[in-house]
Design a binder for this molecule. Structure first.
Ligand code: PLP
Length: 422
């Protein structure tokens, strides 16, 4: 660990929250150098929906590597790329009556968000983007400009502009329809808010605290975008690829976004792969206008194709996610009620948050959980929400064991807090 302190920048983060050297992993279990088995409820911040080293997916990429097929080819055509597009098009899009063009961007989610914003501005000739309170879209300047977190914004070191933040669903309490407010300021020619190129939204805010947008709210946002001539962009980087139950997190609401941003679990194996789905009429790019060396890395496309073929050819997988999600929710609600319901449980599918309302409680709980063998992260404005993102492929026994560790860790934290207070 001293190597990290001496050689790695202070910017490092997860190695601080989870101080161990992780050497191997399979499914939902990570193994440390010290021989400890740890259950993973973080799943690479949602990049490992199918678990670590998923053996079926791994078989596809090891075979591909062994055959000397093209690994890196910029965005040249390869059989791997064609297979991915055909598979995604038939198994994901056509199955859902959707039609989109693919844009492979640089490998990070942030780069895909940048591309989406650039395209929306090019299509509409407008600059402003409507973003939402507590939203998170990545670390490049354009993406930070549409993200809420003040310390990330400050760290960018330049003025961030061309975005207007509006209250997300529920931001002002259950009684206020924040979509109505958005409609009003966008339709009012004297509201002081510039007409937007796009409305950019997450259906569940992953980093922002597992805040959940309702079906009607999302439909209103889509209708408002249409009314004011703005594109609707859904950032499905963390909540897509099955996290909320369906492949896309917006399916339950019947949205048809103009642009969908995918990354994190898209490759299915933790390899970097990002892309946009673009409504065909909006594809006004000139060749090479948004370029990048690592667009559509072939190894990642091979694992992405395998993941779709293995998990998304029939509804069983999706049903399993809903079932496990319900199981988690029930247990978390039971834990909340053990403590007199002073905590809130939120989420959809297998993206759940346990709102401790206090940073210290969430922090101590997650630290204790790690000591007991569970990796679990926090999110929210002041990191007060414990975030549950287990692999969608986790077995019930491991899931229950992880939830038990959380329950014990929370109980111990509260007991110690009480002792500290009295
Ligand atoms: C992680 C994330 C991003 C940024 O992706 P990176 O690969 O870290 O650049 C953007 N939006 C959402 C919703 C995310 O969860």
């Amino acid at each position: 660990m001293r190597t990290l302190e001496v050689l790695e920048s202070n910017v490092r983060s997860y190695s601080r929250s989870f101080p161990a050297i992780f050497s191997r992993a399979r499914g939902s279990i990570m193994l440390t150098d010290g021989g400890r088995n740890v259950i993973d409820f973080l799943s690479g911040a949602g990049a490992l929906n199918y678990g670590h080293n998923n053996h079926q997916i791994k078989a596809a990429i090891t075979e591909y590597l062994a055959s000397d097929a093209i690994v890196h080819g910029l965005d040249m055509a390869t059989p791997a790329k064609l297979a991915f597009m055909n598979t995604f098009n038939s198994a994901i899009l056509r199955e859902r009556g959707m039609q989109y063009r693919f844009q492979f961007t640089g490998p990070t989610g942030a780069n895909a968000v940048e591309a989406a914003l650039k395209l929306a501005r090019k299509v509409t000739g407008r600059q402003n983007i409507i973003a939402f309170t507590h939203g998170y879209h990545g670390m490049s300047l354009g993406a930070i400009a549409v993200s809420g977190n003040r310390s990330y914004r400050k760290a960018s070191g330049v003025s961030l502009s061309s975005a207007t933040f509006m209250p997300y669903d529920g931001y002002l309490g259950p009684a206020v329809d924040t979509a109505e407010y958005l409609r009003k300021v966008l339709v009012d020619k004297s509201s002081g808010v510039d007409s937007p190129a796009a409305i950019l939204v997450e259906t569940v805010q992953g980093e922002g605290g597992i805040n959940v947008a309702g079906k009607e709210w999302l439909q209103s946002i889509q209708a408002i975008a249409k009314t004011v001539g703005a594109l609707l962009i859904v950032d499905d980087i963390q909540m897509g690829c099955g996290r909320t139950g369906e492949f896309f997190s917006f399916e339950f609401s019947g949205l048809s976004p103009d642009i969908v941003v995918l990354s994190k679990s898209l490759s299915g194996f933790g390899l970097p792969l990002s892309m946009l789905l673009i409504r065909e009429e909006l594809d006004v790019w000139q060749p090479g206008e948004h370029t990048g060396t690592f667009r559509g890395n072939n190894l990642a496309l091979v694992s992405a194709t395998a993941a779709i073929n293995i998990y998304w050819r029939c509804p069983r997988f999706s049903e399993g996610v809903h079932r496990l999600g319900e199981l988690m929710r029930r247990q978390l609600e039971a834990i909340a009620s053990e403590h007199g319901n002073r905590f809130a449980v939120r989420g959809r599918g297998m993206a759940l948050g346990f709102d401790c309302h206090m940073t210290e409680i969430a922090e101590a709980t997650s630290r204790k959980a790690f000591e007991k063998g569970l990796i679990i992260e926090r999110c929210g404005a002041v990191d007060q929400v414990v975030k549950f993102l287990p692999a969608l492929t986790i077995d019930v026994e491991t899931l229950n064991r992880g939830l038990e560790i959380f329950e014990e860790s929370l109980a111990e934290t509260l007991k110690q807090a009480k002792v500290a207070v009295t």
